[in-house]
Every structure is written in structure tokens, then in C-alpha cells.
Design a binder for this molecule. Structure first.
Ligand SMILES: *[C@@H]1O[C@H](CO)[C@@H](O)[C@H](O)[C@H]1NC(C)=O
Ligand SMILES: *[C@@H]1O[C@H](CO)[C@@H](O)[C@H](O)[C@H]1NC(C)=O
Ligand SMILES: *[C@@H]1O[C@H](CO)[C@@H](O)[C@H](O)[C@H]1NC(C)=O
Ligand SMILES: *[C@@H]1O[C@H](CO)[C@@H](O)[C@H](O)[C@H]1NC(C)=O
Ligand SMILES: *[C@@H]1O[C@H](CO)[C@@H](O)[C@H](O)[C@H]1NC(C)=O
Length: 270
């Protein structure tokens, strides 16, 4: 018993330690969270940190839909010239006035500049403890003035009765609900699911980015549940889509209800 208690204390210590580290990482590097701009504008992202003056190196990364994350520029207070590698200095610029802050600017914005931009800081790379700390990202939206800001319409499609019906082991049977959000502009959305009004993340797969369909965007998300969840009476499944319109966040959702006995009936006639 004493041992168990001892182990419990150790586990608690360890967990709370991890939790604190996690919080520290999130709080140490601050960057502009959202930038909402028109085509042709310049976008300047601010970044600052509280890691101390030894962290005088700042990196700027970007991740645009369909591409990997790329390092655009490395800045340091030690050198006035910033290293843009192959990137165009007419398109990107940066400032590094002191150890604890910096800015990054994307000029003459085009739709292709839309995406996530990350600020990261580190100590001099020769030191042993040179961990790199990331900010939580800036979501840059580039608006086409010709397009109207429109929130999504949300539709949940029920699982197909044919899905997995041939599987012998009932426990293995899964059902997939499909949520489609469409006709929105711009693509500042996120999706989450609830089963019986409780958030679920297990079994959820959402497209990594919204896609352009003519003039508006669409995005899909799937929720896979055990067949018996889909057939248990009274269970409801909701897809929530949050949309930012430049001023406020709008939430759209749709709920579907479990179809009682449907799946069993189908499997019996197979
Ligand atoms: C640090 O950055 C955050 C987010 O951009 C900003 O709100 C804050 O005012 C900045 N702090 C300083 C000291 O510049
Ligand atoms: C963007 O920045 C460049 C360089 O500083 C400047 O010449 C240009 O006028 C700016 N564009 C806008 C729309 O502010
Ligand atoms: C879904 O189920 C939860 C829990 O049973 C209930 O509180 C909620 O009202 C239901 N939602 C709908 C739309 O019926
Ligand atoms: C469910 O998840 C969403 C998105 O992550 C979050 O904003 C919301 O607060 C969560 N709701 C509950 C009841 O946990
Ligand atoms: C956001 O607020 C500004 C200023 O109040 C307003 O001009 C603009 O139309 C608003 N945009 C939307 C999409 O509501």
C-alpha cells in the first residue's frame, strides 16, 4: 500500500510537471494570432518572448495549404542582414530590433499567401541547450474584395447501411458519419463533433484544409463510431463548424439521431 501511494505521488508529480512545461511553451512566445487583410495589402506579424536575452535568434516559418512548413527567414540581433535563403526579399521582410522581439512582413498579398505563419526563438546554435520554442501561429487571411463574406452551411450525412455489414465480428463494425460545410468565404473555419452533447475527438478525421470550389470553400470531416453506438436509441451526433467573419465567430451545426435497429436489420438480411 505504501508503495502504491508512493507511485501515485510520483505519477502526480510527473504529470503536473509535464503540464507546466506545456503551459510554459505556449506562454513564452507570443505572436499576433489573426491577420485579416485584403489582396495587395502588406501584413506585419509581431512576435515577442519572455525566454530571456539569450534567446536572440528568431525564425519565421510559413505553412500554406497543401505544402509543408517552410523556413522563410532566420534573424538574429547579432547581424543586420537577415538570411532569407531562396526567398524573395521584395516579398518578405523582417526586423529584429532587440533580443526579445521581432516582426515579419509579407508584402503585396496574394491569395497564395494565405496560411499559418510561425515565429520561433532559440539561443545561439552552438550552445548545448539550444531548444527552439514556437509561438502558436498567426492565421493570415487574404480577402478578395470581389468576394462576399459568407458563413458555411452544414450538413451531416448518415452512415451508409451497407458499410461493413459483412463483417462477422460485431465489435469490429464501424459506422462513419460525414459532415460537409460548404459555400463559405473566406476559409477561417474549424470543426468539432459532439455525441449526446459531449465533445468527441476519438474517431474524428477532418480535412487538413478547406478547398476552393469555384468562388467558395468547402471542408469535410468524418466521425467513425462503433456500429452499436450508431444504433443505440436516443443517441445524437452533432457536427459544429466555427466560422470567423473578421469581427466575430459564428457557429453552425447540424444534429442527426441514431437509427434504432436499422443496422441489425440490414445485417440480418445479408
Ligand atoms: C507581445 O506580443 C503580444 C502579441 O502580439 C502583444 O499583445 C504584447 O503587447 C507584446 N508585448 C510587448 C511587451 O511588446
Ligand atoms: C507595402 O510595403 C512597401 C515597402 O515598405 C511599400 O512600398 C508599399 O507601399 C506598402 N503597400 C501598402 C499597400 O501599404
Ligand atoms: C442530444 O443528447 C443530449 C444528451 O442526451 C441532450 O441533452 C441534447 O438535448 C440532445 N440534442 C438534441 C438536438 O436533441
Ligand atoms: C468542445 O470543443 C470546442 C472546440 O475545441 C470547444 O470550443 C468547446 O468549448 C468544447 N466544449 C466542451 C463542452 O468541452
Ligand atoms: C466588421 O466590422 C466592421 C466595422 O464595424 C464593418 O465595417 C464590417 O462590415 C464588419 N464585417 C462583417 C463581416 O460583419
Amino acid at each position: 500500500r505504501v508503495w502504491i501511494l508512493f507511485l501515485l505521488i510520483l505519477t502526480n508529480r510527473k504529470n503536473s510537471g509535464l503540464y507546466e512545461d506545456h503551459l510554459t511553451i505556449l506562454n513564452d512566445v507570443n505572436q499576433t494570432p489573426i491577420l485579416w487583410k485584403n489582396k495587395g495589402d502588406n501584413a506585419t506579424i509581431h512576435c515577442n518572448h519572455t525566454k530571456g536575452i539569450n534567446y536572440f535568434q528568431m525564425y519565421w516559418y510559413r505553412q500554406v495549404p497543401g505544402e509543408n512548413i517552410k523556413l522563410i527567414v532566420f534573424t538574429t540581433t547579432a547581424k543586420p542582414d537577415h538570411d532569407f535563403g531562396d526567398f524573395d526579399k521584395k516579398k518578405f521582410s523582417a526586423t529584429k530590433p532587440d533580443a526579445e522581439s521581432g516582426t515579419f512582413t509579407v508584402e503585396n498579398l496574394e491569395p497564395g499567401d494565405q496560411g499559418l505563419y510561425f515565429c520561433a526563438v532559440s539561443q545561439h546554435s552552438d550552445t548545448d541547450t539550444c531548444g527552439t520554442y514556437f509561438g502558436s501561429g498567426t492565421k493570415l487571411t487574404v480577402l478578395d474584395p470581389k468576394r462576399e463574406i459568407t458563413p458555411p452551411t452544414v450538413k451531416v450525412f448518415q452512415p451508409s447501411s451497407k458499410e461493413c455489414r459483412n463483417l462477422k465480428d460485431e465489435k469490429e463494425r464501424k459506422k462513419t458519419l460525414l459532415c460537409v460545410a460548404r459555400d463559405f468565404y473566406p476559409d477561417h473555419v474549424s470543426i468539432f463533433w459532439q455525441v449526446n452533447a459531449k465533445n468527441v475527438t476519438k474517431g474524428v478525421a477532418t480535412d487538413p484544409a478547406a478547398r476552393l470550389d469555384d468562388k467558395t470553400y468547402f471542408i469535410t470531416s468524418r466521425l467513425r463510431v462503433h456500429a452499436e453506438v450508431w444504433t443505440s436509441p436516443g443517441t445524437n451526433f452533432s457536427c459544429f463548424v466555427t466560422f470567423f467573419d473578421g469581427n466575430k465567430t459564428i457557429i453552425k451545426d447540424e444534429t442527426v439521431f441514431a437509427v434504432e435497429g436499422m443496422f441489425m436489420w440490414n445485417s440480418e438480411i445479408t
